[in-house]
Design a protein around this ligand. Structure first.
Ligand code: FES
Length: 185
């Protein structure tokens, strides 16, 4: 399947099976998610004006996203990573000694529902898009995301654990309208 027709990879881990599907969410994000090594300012220059973006929100149906899968949606021109976390990922995130973190935040303070982690997919170092959304991607040593630009590693709560990035992956404003309906923005 051509990369340019998809913006979101889904993945499935946990039962020894791995598959690669794509959810076609919008045609406006061509190349955004695939361009992991392209710095974000370049991408942003193609986006609509800021005053238009400021008003926008993105609604996402989470029904097709199984445990262990991740999708990427676009909100205000930015990639937002949505991961349906496994029990293992939730436990790993909760078991971290927060005092040892560079940007100390509990996992509980970063989620509204433990099974859903929702973060802005932009590295806090220099703005690349970290890898970890697709089954074939490296996820670093902490079951999260790996930024190929300078090697930052994020954990399964999107917190910075290694490499030069100073901060955790940002949290977008969002609310669950129902158990499976998410509104970002
Ligand atoms: S931009 Fe991610 S490590 Fe530098």
């Amino acid at each position: 399947m051509a990369e340019t027709t998809n913006i979101a990879g889904t993945e499935h881990h946990g039962d020894g099976e791995s598959r690669r599907d794509f959810l076609v969410l919008t045609a406006t994000a061509l190349g955004v998610v695939g361009a992991a090594s392209v710095a974000w300012p370049f991408i942003s220059s193609m986006n609509p004006a800021a005053d238009t973006l400021a008003l926008s929100s993105t609604e996402v149906d989470l029904t097709p996203v199984a445990v262990g899968q991740s999708i990427t949606v676009v909100w205000q021109g930015k990639p937002v990573f949505i991961r349906h976390r496994t029990e293992k990922e939730i436990k790993e995130a909760a078991d971290v000694n927060v005092a040892e973190l560079r940007d100390p935040q509990t996992d509980a303070s970063r989620v509204k529902k433990p099974e859903w982690l929702i973060v802005v997919g932009i590295c806090t170092h220099l703005g690349c898009i970290p890898l970890g959304q697709k089954p074939s991607d490296p996820r670093g040593e902490y079951d999260g995301w790996f930024c190929p630009c300078h090697g930052s590693q994020y954990d399964s709560s999107g917190r910075i654990r290694k490499g030069p990035a100073p901060l955790n992956l940002a949290l977008p404003p969002y609310e669950f309208k129902t158990d499976t309906s998410l509104k970002i923005g």
